[in-house]
Design a protein around this ligand. Structure first.
Ligand code: FES
Length: 207
């Protein structure tokens, strides 16, 4: 008997059907487990093991290897500031400090209300638009410390149900890596990657 909602179970079935081996679906199913409970609990990882027919230890070995799998409760908005070399040279540390100062949340922590989590991260593939920041893995490029403060105030006051890269880029970003990048239409509804083609957040699995 699964502890997941019927919608999550249906997405799990659709995702597993894409792979020749059930165990190959472990990574997208870990995101499903996060979307179900907000983070990866022991019960959630056991559930993934049952769906993929692998042991809890095998699930944990994947979940503990990648930093984007959160095994502690994360705020409604996960703000990730890149401090790798390109962003660092263009002020990424100042952006991180502005985020920490404005939110009152240091790197690796979540506020008492469960609204904001802050982390610094390694390169997120947007070096051409450095310094780069993500909110729930939705990207903003060309962020200044002042714009970072505005971003935090906006999250605290507007509390958008969905965060969308294009919207945040227009409000708080500047230079982008690629002007021809595919437009983001769905956005993210929680502190986990949206991956809409896999149906891990709200949408059906694409054909
Ligand atoms: S160094 Fe920050 S996005 Fe690459």
């Amino acid at each position: 008997m699964s502890r997941w909602s019927e919608g999550t179970q249906e997405r799990a079935r659709q995702i597993i059907a894409r792979y020749p081996e059930k165990r190959s679906a472990v990574m997208p199913l870990l995101y499903l487990a996060m979307s179900e409970e907000g983070y990866l609990t022991g019960d959630g990882m056991e559930e993934v093991g049952r769906w993929c027919e692998i042991t809890p230890a095998q699930v944990l070995s994947v979940a503990s290897f990648y930093t984007m799998y959160k095994r502690e409760r994360t705020g409604q908005y996960l703000v990730s500031c890149c401090t790798s070399i390109t962003c660092m040279l263009l002020g990424g540390d100042d952006v991180l400090h502005a985020v920490e100062d404005e939110s009152g949340v240091p790197h690796g922590e979540t506020d008492d209300d469960g609204l904001l989590s802050v982390e610094h991260v390694e390169c997120i593939g947007a070096c051409g638009g450095a310094p780069a920041v993500q909110v729930n893995y939705e990207l903003i490029e060309g962020v200044s410390p002042e714009k970072a403060r505005q971003l935090i105030r906006w999250l605290e006051s507007a509390r958008p149900e969905v965060v969308n890269s294009d919207e945040m880029q227009a409000l708080f970003g500047a230079r982008r890596s690629f002007d021809w990048a595919i437009s983001e239409v769905n956005g993210a509804t929680g502190p986990y990657p949206a991956f809409q083609p896999l149906g891990t957040v709200g949408s059906e699995v694409a054909d």
